[in-house]
Design a protein around this ligand. Sequence first.
Ligand code: A2P
Length: 317
Amino acid sequence: MRTIPFPGGDAMPALGLGTWKSAPGEVGAAVREAVRIGYRHIDCASIYGNEREIGTALAAAIADGDVTRAELWITSKLWCDRHAKKHVAPALKQTLEDLQLDYLDLYLVHWPIALKKGKLMPERAKDLIPLEKLPLAETWQGMEAAQQAGLTRQIGVSNLSVKKLRALCETATVRPSMNQVELHPYLAQLELLSTCSELGVGLTAYSPLGSQDRPEALRVEGERNLLADPLVIEIAEGIGATPAQVLLAWALQRGTAVIPKSVNPGRLAENLAAAELTLGPMDRQRLGALDAHRRYVTGDFWAVSGGPYTLANLWDE
Ligand code: A2P
């Protein structure tokens, strides 16, 4: 499988398993099956509320001899209420305990948003802390210290705009090695792709299949379904693949990592097989024409009335 290279020689398998929305009671079996059939990269986050079950599945996979710790690539993410420098390492240690691991391969700052400690989501403006008061540069110092302490091999960010990524790279001692954002043919983010390449920051595509299983609150009436897009279906039929495989191959051929979520054994295998698929230049060009700057995860849950965050200052658009 294609890998994403990092400073110091680490290499992340470019196709991993997403675990956002994978329910407790389902996620453990999905991770166990994924590792059994050959997934080596699992994308996690403390806010997904399922790291303990994933930890049990990983421990079983290692104990059963399916895989060694060194062969796995495990990513997790710092939640927004632990952005103070002193809170980063304790949050990471909690994730390590839950995942039953001694170290992570990659730890990401989940959002460029700060919440008061103990808040999972903002209910009112005073639950949020403006970035002017708790800047990402301070959180990043905590990330650098956690890496220095050997808690994680690589550190990175998620949901960062071109502007925020450039600003962070200017103050960072260690550059973020990854930015994980929503990416698919309806949201191709060409400027972010070229900026990451220029800065030497990897890019990972979340919601690559359009996250049709996202919570009701994140859905909009009449939105377009990527997997049902006539062009995606036509291209899939033309090459004897499935629509999901076309979307995943598109992401991999752009040089990004991609983390489709599934808890279904058949779809886990289907998605993994996409790593072997090649799209022709014509098909890639046609998929490129679908770009509509359409986000499924708009981030509007951060734009609480009277609070410091708006969609404009979140995405810098
Ligand atoms: P399931 O977990 O039942 O397989 P995303 O990765 O963009 O968040 O999308 C995840 C959604 O896509 C889930 O609803 C998941 O359902 C579904 N999904 C995953 N793989 C496939 C596939 N190969 N074909 C169709 N739907 C898929």
